[in-house]
Write a protein that binds this ligand. Structure first.
Ligand SMILES: Cc1ncc(COP(=O)(O)O)c(C=O)c1O
Length: 365
């Protein structure tokens, strides 16, 4: 007889992992919105140094990293939470805020982890379709907030559609959200958003104690292999609650050391963002030339619709045969679309050439 799992486990959706990890010839990995650039030399040195103390537990309060983040953003350390990736913070927030009878509001399609929050807690998920430009429809989201709402998540720029809404719209939205409802503004990709200064949302924390800005070292800092995220919170209650529901030592010593060092190299970060945005412009041009419908990207990835004449699964197969891994829309709640991370110039050309061949029906060699 098979093991019988809890109803909660049966409710939690399983997100298909990106493949290619065991391939002999490394594929062009454009499926997980990673940085194509390796860690900076100074970050590698910090990692090397941290290895020498691995016989000790890591600092459970992540104090040096929180101090550096506090200096950088002007947010008190008690209002900063660290996580084993920002996903860890999201899941902990779900656990701290949600329960059966409570409601969680988020846009759809959006980040695949949000459905876990309701499934794991037994709360009700209220999903709100994106607007015509595949951006968050904040007015429609406001309409869904009820007395039962505990948490609203806004992903800006949105994964998977790459689009962003203006911060002024988010500010007006926050004015209307009741103060007891927590709003997580998931800004995993904010550094790539040309509509705003990535630091301007931090101002909103002063007037909104219910706001949480969720950020990560996984994307622009290129440290996703180590798992570090952080949250800048409008009040100290949220970091406290997050710590209550998690195991101690959730952020390992190497990750803390690497993230602390990475923060000190903002010029290099900006330079990498500039390179990614240059790639964004050239990839976008070529996709449009192929006649594809492409969303306005403010992220390190694009979102394109294949149109009726091309089947997503077939295009994905064709790309994979040519050694290029991207994310199919079906796994993200939107069949017939692709989410493609911007890689290096070479990787992007490999993707574009492969896509062109697949769309033209050329057989793989
Ligand atoms: C919108 C969004 N938020 C959060 C994350 C989580 O990132 P991490 O847990 O690596 O910090 C991702 C990762 O892809 C994401 O796309």
């Amino acid at each position: 007889m098979a093991i019988e799992f809890s109803e909660r486990i049966r409710r939690i959706p399983v997100y298909p992992a990106a493949g290619g990890y065991a391939d002999a010839a490394p594929p062009v990995r454009l499926a997980s919105n990673e940085s194509p650039y390796p860690p900076l030399p100074a970050v590698k040195d910090a990692i090397e140094q941290a290895i020498g103390s691995l016989n000790r537990y890591p600092d459970p309060s992540n104090s040096l990293l929180r101090t550096r983040l506090s200096e950088r953003y002007g947010v008190p350390t008690q209002q900063i939470a660290i996580g084993n990736g920002s996903c860890d913070i999201l899941l902990a927030a779900g656990e701290a805020l949600l329960e059966p009878g409570a409601e969680l509001v988020y846009a759809w399609p959006s980040f695949s982890v949000y459905p876990h929050l309701s499934a794991a807690s037994g709360a009700t998920a209220v999903t709100v379709p994106l607007d015509q430009q595949e951006r968050h429809d904040l007015t429609a989201m406001l309409r869904e907030i009820t007395v039962a709402t505990r948490l609203v998540v806004v992903c800006n720029p949105n994964n998977p559609t790459s689009t962003a809404v203006a911060l002024s719209n988010i500010a007006s939205f926050l004015e209307e959200v009741p103060p007891h409802v927590c709003v997580i503004l998931d800004e995993a990709y904010c550094e790539f958003n040309l509509l705003e200064d990535p630091d301007s949302s931090v101002e909103l924390l002063h007037s909104h104690p219910n706001l949480v800005l969720l950020r990560t070292f996984s994307k622009v800092y290129g440290l996703c292999g180590l798992r570090v995220g952080f949250a800048l919170c409008g009040s100290p209650e949220m970091p406290r609650a997050l710590d209550q529901v998690r195991q101690p030592f959730f952020c390992n010593a190497i990750a803390q050391a690497a993230a602390t060092e990475a923060l000190a190299h903002q010029d290099a970060v900006t330079e990498r963002v500039t390179r990614t945005i240059a790639e964004r412009i050239s990839v976008q041009e070529r996709l449009l030339a192929l006649g594809l419908q492409v969303a306005e990207s403010q992220a390190n990835f694009c979102w394109l619709h294949l149109g009726e004449e091309h089947e997503e699964a077939e295009v994905m197969r064709g790309l994979e045969q040519r050694g290029v891994l991207v994310r199919g829309g079906a796994a993200l709640g939107c069949e017939g679309a692709l989410r493609v991370t911007y890689g290096t110039e070479h990787e992007n050309l490999r993707f574009l050439d492969a896509l062109e061949e697949v769309l033209l029906g050329v057989n793989a060699r």
